[in-house]
Design a protein around this ligand. Structure first.
Ligand SMILES: CC(C)(COP(=O)(O)OP(=O)(O)OC[C@H]1O[C@@H](n2cnc3c(N)ncnc32)[C@H](O)[C@@H]1OP(=O)(O)O)[C@@H](O)C(=O)NCCC(=O)NCCS
Length: 185
């Protein structure tokens, strides 16, 4: 189990748990169709964002498999939330985890998602002792696949039409990293 000390700082970012007063920032991200284009959910309304925020505020530690750790990513200069990163604990027996991330498009193209997601790999491998961490993306989501590549994850699989996203069958690609690869990176 992990219960990190917050905030977590990287060279350019601060990661901390979500708070109830992050509603406007989260709404500004989750209500955008361009953000949710390749996600399993569509652009969210205020009620849906309120529910999502409640889940996020509670997701501050990983107690057991099935758990989710979600951290708000903040630009220290402004204090504003620009996105979030997530670590799912998929299996205790197989020491398997999964990462994910969602960022505001105004802050794209600067490597912030990669920098923040790297923290989740570190927590997964170094703190939780995971053996393998995966990232799964809609095969059309090339920006997200590039993040996983920049993190040093390996392309492992391409599943044909295994999910329905926004009403259409879509392919999914899977990237992974093993603990040895993390240590050797
Ligand atoms: C997926 C998503 C986070 C990718 O955002 P992104 O801005 O491309 O990713 P990063 O923040 O890591 O930025 C990387 C880009 O910044 C550039 N960059 C600039 N400065 C950089 C730096 N210091 N370090 C790393 N990259 C840098 C990179 O070259 C890269 O651009 P490129 O892909 O054109 O080469 C974003 O598109 C998003 O939130 N999408 C909606 C939600 C979503 O689909 N999430 C993933 C679900 S699987």
């Amino acid at each position: 189990m992990i219960r990190p000390d917050y905030p977590i700082r990287t060279p350019r970012l601060t990661l901390r748990p979500y708070r109830a007063d992050d509603f406007d920032a989260l709404y500004d991200i989750q209500s955008r169709p361009e953000v949710t284009r390749y996600l399993l959910f569509g652009a969210r309304n205020r009620d849906e964002v309120r529910k999502s925020l409640r889940e996020r505020v509670a997701a501050t530690e990983l107690d057991d498999e099935g758990g989710t750790l979600i951290l708000a990513v903040v630009l220290p200069e402004t204090g504003g939330v620009i996105g979030d990163v997530v670590l799912f604990w998929r299996s205790r027996e197989h020491r398997l985890g999964e990462i994910g991330y969602i960022f505001h498009p105004d802050y794209g193209g600067q490597g912030y998602a990669t920098e923040a997601a790297q923290v989740m790999l570190r927590l997964g491998f170094d703190e939780l002792g995971l053996h393998r961490i995966i990232g799964r993306v809609d095969a059309r989501n090339t920006a997200s696949a590039r993040v996983l590549e920049r993190l040093g994850m390996r392309f492992e699989a391409h599943f044909i039409q295994n999910e329905i996203v926004k009403g259409e069958w879509t392919d999914e690609i899977v990237f992974a990293m093993l603990e040895d690869e993390w240590r050797a990176r």
